[in-house]
Design a binder for this molecule. Structure first.
Ligand SMILES: Cc1cc2nc3c(=O)[nH]c(=O)nc-3n(C[C@H](O)[C@H](O)[C@H](O)COP(=O)(O)OP(=O)(O)OC[C@H]3O[C@@H](n4cnc5c(N)ncnc54)[C@H](O)[C@@H]3O)c2cc1C
Length: 371
């Protein structure tokens, strides 16, 4: 049995990025994945993830997003910088928050006039404010995870698929992991278990609610393809706060649209991944209202899982009471875009004992006394 500097648990986006950044630092690192890389039971599948910088959720993410931009841009054929249109009432979180982040960090964010062709793609949103962020775009999640793991392995990292970590124990000089393939030890462990984080770290002093989220792909009729050919990434929040987003038409002629509103709370080991009749309600409603189209054929759906913290912001910290054990989790449905920089910060924390990256706002301490 060999001993590792760091064992990473989970090879989704966050675990793959952490493994890559640890390997870049020269650490002897092993990543364990209970399924296979690229599986569709967690949170890192589905063909596309939005990358944006004018972060309406909180401006503190912006310095991290800028660094992540460099990483995504360095990965060949994985990031499509299409820009993004944001639509909503002036008071919506999406519009007000994006403008606030852009103003605080001097980001490029254009207000679109009523006659702007990018705005006219959404005739049913004419009463909304419209913004265009040129640095936004989308990342291919499956290819990105594979690319980061391939890079890590080429730097000497070890990847083991089909190995499930059952429990872990901190000892004064090491952490021991019990897995379904035997015992392993490391100086440090980073848990990147996505929806399963709380199953392994039961005593984490914060509630993590896992929700079932469906995305829909609609077949764009030939008559509409030309009109929508220039469609960038888009996000729309309505008067009631309902939030949908979507992507450019893909190479199969399909338009992916999904709701960002939190779905049904589920157990990640007991979730229906089949399509439900109601999965298409919000996406189809958005097509009708904003694009003015009806009856497009639903080509497929995909179920993915959000792991939600009480305030919707991520967690990156030590595990209290477990020496040498760290975790990144609770990415609350918006964590893909930051995976490389979260991984880089965690690599520093695990190897150096701290990081200069501004991730303090993601610490567990914000929930002290609240759980
Ligand atoms: C529908 C949907 C749309 C999204 N859209 C966006 C977007 O546009 N932009 C954006 O930035 N973010 C988006 N997100 C969020 C983003 O995809 C997630 O934050 C991110 O993928 C989380 O990655 P993860 O590695 O934490 O989790 P996962 O991808 O679930 O990876 C965790 C891995 O750990 C493994 N694992 C768990 N427990 C164990 C164990 N005990 N032993 C071994 N292995 C274990 C699991 O098998 C899994 O592979 C979206 C999420 C969903 C579901």
């Amino acid at each position: 049995m060999s001993h590792f500097d760091v064992i990473v648990v989970g090879a989704g986006a966050i675990g793959a990025a952490t493994t890559w950044k640890l390997a870049l630092r020269g650490a002897k690192v092993l990543v364990l994945e209970r399924e296979h890389v690229g599986h569709a039971r967690g949170s890192s599948h589905g063909g596309s993830r939005i990358y944006r910088q004018a972060y309406f959720e909180h401006p503190d993410y912006v310095p991290l997003l800028r660094e992540a931009y460099e990483d995504w841009s360095s990965m060949p054929g994985i990031f499509a910088p299409t820009g993004a249109v944001y639509l909503g009432p002036a008071s919506s979180d999406l519009i007000a928050g994006s403008l606030r982040a852009a103003a605080l960090h001097a980001l490029r964010l254009e207000a679109l006039s009523p006659g702007d062709p990018r705005r006219r793609l959404f005739p049913g949103a004419a009463s909304f404010e419209a913004l265009f962020e040129p640095t936004a775009g989308w990342v291919d999640p499956e290819r990105a995870v594979r690319w980061m793991l391939d890079r890590a392995v080429s730097l000497g990292a070890h990847l083991r698929e089909g190995v499930r970590v059952l429990s872990l124990r901190s000892q004064p000089d090491r952490v021991t992991l019990d897995t379904d393939a035997g015992e392993l030890t490391a100086s440090k462990v980073v848990v990147c278990g996505g929806p399963w984080t709380k199953k392994l770290l039961e005593n984490l002093p914060v509630a993590l609610r896992v929700t079932r989220q469906a995305a829909c792909w609609f077949e764009v009729p030939a008559a509409d393809r030309h009109r929508l050919a220039a469609l960038p990434v888009f996000a729309i929040e309505d008067e009631r706060g309902a939030f949908v987003y979507g992507f450019p038409i893909d190479s199969e002629g399909l338009l992916k649209v999904a709701s960002h509103d939190k779905g049904e709370v589920i157990d990640p080991d007991d979730v229906s991944r089949a399509s439900h009749a109601t999965d298409e309600d919000a996406p189809r409603g958005a097509l009708q209202r904003y694009f003015g189209v009806d009856g497009w054929r639903l080509a497929r759906t995909s179920v993915c899982l959000y792991t939600n913290t009480p305030d919707g912001h991520y967690l990156l910290d030590r595990v209290p009471g477990e020496r040498g054990v760290f975790f990144i989790g609770g990415t609350s449905g918006h964590g893909f875009k930051l995976a490389p920089v979260l991984g880089a910060a965690m690599a520093e924390i695990a190897l150096d004992g701290g990081t200069s990256r501004p991730v303090g706002f993601l610490a567990l301490s914000r929930f002290e006394g609240a759980t």
